[in-house]
Design a binder for this molecule. Structure first.
Ligand code: ZN
Length: 313
């Protein structure tokens, strides 16, 4: 059977973080990412959904956060995305080690590339990988252009069934690239941010979703027709995909793969500039049309972006 068109790489990684103010502060001020969309969790409109990324919020650069104001700490384990890696120029790794000095950085070498491992202060596992970056740095942030993060590098998946997770990745367009220790690397071979996924070939203890854990990983696809075709493939394979949903900035299909990890297939369009200009991305709270009538109530319940009470960037 021929499969629908494959993915060039990740669209975004979504994680559960600490408070809104801590999340906004860390990802913009420390990591120097741009807040490119401030909206709410469409499944719980009294929670933020903050998107961080490059200047335009391009697919492949997006790390999206669900801040839990009084959330319980989660536990990293299977089946989860267990670390999100961002790409920086190899020559900038020392700059970052110094910049992150207060964040308990662990260093390692992985597939020949230097890796800095740390958390966001609320337990979210993050990595910076020194490589040949393919994305564009954002020039408006708190980090000098030469050192700025260039988008996603990879995500690490702790599966309950690494072999089955690998076969789903293979179907979606990833190929086995290399293995080092218990880490198996898959690549799409495309020169785009986020074209690498690592699957741990070991069974971690069970995790628990909460503050400091990964939530899902999304892969890029062209259009809704492609998502619909993948929907049918998943059904034929005995999986239970969601219907294709309108997420305002992309269309999405969710499926829990047999290894237990929540995977999303998302379209590139219409993109984060669908409802605000590049200059004003992330500036004001954006709500989908069906929540717009409740804006006043929602705004009153949402926590401010900063500890100083700012509600707009
Ligand atoms: Zn998502």
């Amino acid at each position: 059977m021929s499969l629908p068109p494959s993915t060039p790489g990740m669209h975004h990684v979504s994680v559960v973080t600490g408070t809104t103010a801590d999340t906004y502060g860390f990802y913009t001020e420390i990591l120097g990412l741009r807040l490119v969309k401030r909206t709410v969790n469409y499944d719980d409109q009294f929670m933020h959904h903050l998107y961080f990324g490059d200047e335009r919020g391009r697919p492949g650069t997006l790390l999206t956060c669900f801040p839990f104001e009084r959330g319980t700490e989660g536990r990293v384990g299977r089946p989860q995305p267990t670390a999100t890696a961002l790409s920086v120029p190899r020559a900038s790794v020392e700059y970052w080690a110094e910049r992150l000095a207060d964040y308990d950085v662990d260093r390692e070498e992985r597939f020949g590339e230097p890796v800095l491992r740390f958390t966001d202060g609320a337990g979210q596992p993050l990595e910076l990988v020194g490589s040949e970056p393919v994305g564009e740095p954002w020039t408006g942030g708190s980090v000098p252009r030469e050192h700025a993060i260039r988008g996603l590098h990879s995500v690490t998946l702790a599966s309950a069934s690494p072999f089955q997770t690998a076969s789903v990745l293979d179907a979606l367009g990833f190929e086995l690239d290399a293995q080092e220790g218990d880490r198996v690397r898959y690549r799409t071979g495309e020169t785009v941010p986020g074209s690498v996924v690592d699957v741990l070939d070991s069974i971690l203890p069970f995790g628990r979703e909460g503050v400091g854990t990964g939530h899902h990983v999304a892969f890029r696809f062209d259009d809704e027709d492609t998502l619909a075709a993948w929907h049918d493939v998943f059904v034929e394979d005995g999986l239970s995909p969601s219907r294709v949903r309108d997420r305002q900035y992309f269309h999405s299909l969710y499926v829990r793969e047999p290894g237990g990890i929540l995977v999303e297939l998302a379209t590139d369009g219409p993109g984060l500039t669908a409802d605000e200009s590049v200059d004003s991305l992330g500036g004001a709270l954006r709500l989908p049309p069906w929540l717009e009538p409740d804006r006043e109530m929602i705004t009153a319940q949402l926590p401010p972006l900063t500890d100083d009470g700012e509600t707009e960037r």
